[in-house]
Design a protein around this ligand. Structure first.
Ligand SMILES: [Fe+2]
Length: 175
């Protein structure tokens, strides 16, 4: 698992609170702690550790596995989409914004518009994320991961619940 300081862990625990309420989310995270997970601050290193036999199962974002499979098609880790019988897989997003004091506001907006439009295929094809723009094709290695159902939770909720998630992890001793 990633440590509690990692934003991916924080958003995952936030999603548990949103779905199950704080008490049940705490039980789940206590269960993780009871399993004494190896905490590694990098999805790529988590997957490499798994491949090296340091564990049986791990939680990472899919595109890190896609990158490792691109380097080595025999990389010995298989993807499993979580929560397919209920709320759907937890989803992180890559987002962009323009700060209020940005000196090159128009160019910044032009870049973001390009990234989400014509540049989306290059962006998603390079980092192996699923494109947010449905018109952009999915990278072939990622397409092999198959269809999945995604948690429809609004991303704003992940931000709103983040500090609660951090407090919960501190309370149960998740490092
Ligand atoms: Fe990432």
């Amino acid at each position: 698992m990633r440590p509690s300081t990692h934003s991916y862990t924080q958003s995952l625990v936030s999603s548990l609170i949103a779905e199950h309420g704080e008490a049940r989310a705490e039980e789940i995270v206590r269960g993780w702690v009871a399993n004494e997970p190896i905490l590694i601050d990098s999805d790529t290193e988590i997957l490499k550790s798994l491949a090296a036999g340091r564990g049986d199962v791990a939680i990472t974002n899919h595109y890190y596995l896609g990158r490792l499979l691109e380097e080595d098609s025999a990389f010995p880790v298989q993807l499993f989409w979580a929560n397919q019988a209920d709320r759907g897989a937890h989803v992180n997003v890559s987002g962009a914004g323009v700060t209020a004091n940005a000196p090159n506001r128009e160019n910044a907006i032009a870049l973001i518009e390009w990234l989400s439009g014509d540049g989306q295929e290059m962006f998603a094809g390079t980092n192996h994320e699923f494109p947010a723009n449905p018109a952009a094709p999915v990278h072939p290695i990622i397409a092999e991961f198959g269809e999945y159902s995604a948690d429809p939770l609004a991303k704003e909720e992940l931000g709103r619940l983040q500090s609660q998630a951090v407090e919960l992890m501190n309370r149960v001793g998740y490092q």
